[in-house]
Design a protein around this ligand. Structure first.
Ligand code: 4NP
Length: 166
């Protein structure tokens, strides 16, 4: 099993969109049972809220339902509970690095590093014009297949449960 956590600021726009897109791709790839997903925010203003209606509409227009997701805040235990902790932008990545325990084994990085050109951020759409949400969706789609390929490679090298447990 591989566990992936998507992290943005509020957990109502970018990271729930990433969770929805990657979940749909995993289902299509037959990997939904072996890769678990979650999302959260570094901020706590929107805890327990549904995704922003603009993010829900953007996803729904593409056949992805994120309405049941609820916002939560990143916590220290997440760095142990997940294999990948992926930030939407450089500020959130910096926040994660400050918060992570020194012995953290998880991969900490930017989601868009899986899109081929490292270092890019998914811009915060919250205060911007409506097309910011379409941009968020398109950028996350660019990274989704690369992330799933990384999971496939990790699954191939992961020991089967029980291996070495004699
Ligand atoms: P997100 O967008 O980080 O993609 O969920 C934001 C949502 C809310 C706020 C900022 C960004 N806010 O300042 O409340």
């Amino acid at each position: 099993m591989i566990r992936i956590l998507f992290v943005c600021l509020g957990n109502i726009c970018r990271s729930p969109t990433a969770e929805g897109i990657v979940r749909a791709r995993l289902q299509a790839a037959g990997l939904a049972d072996v890769v678990a997903l979650d999302s959260c925010g570094t901020g706590r203003w929107h805890v327990d809220e549904s995704p922003d209606p603009r993010a829900q509409a953007e996803a729904r227009a593409r056949g992805i339902d994120i309405a049941s997701l609820r916002a939560r805040q990143l916590c220290v235990d997440d760095f142990q509970a997940f294999d990948y902790v992926l930030a939407m932008d450089a500020d959130n990545l910096a926040h994660m690095r400050r918060m992570a325990p020194a012995d953290c084994q998880a991969h900490l990085g930017l989601l868009l590093d899986f899109a081929g050109t490292p270092g890019r951020s998914v811009p915060d759409p919250y205060y911007g014009a409506g097309d910011g949400f379409a941009n968020v969706f398109a950028l996350i789609e660019e990274a989704a297949d690369g992330l799933i390929e990384s999971c496939r490679q990790r699954l191939e090298t992961q020991p089967e449960p029980g291996d070495g447990a004699r």
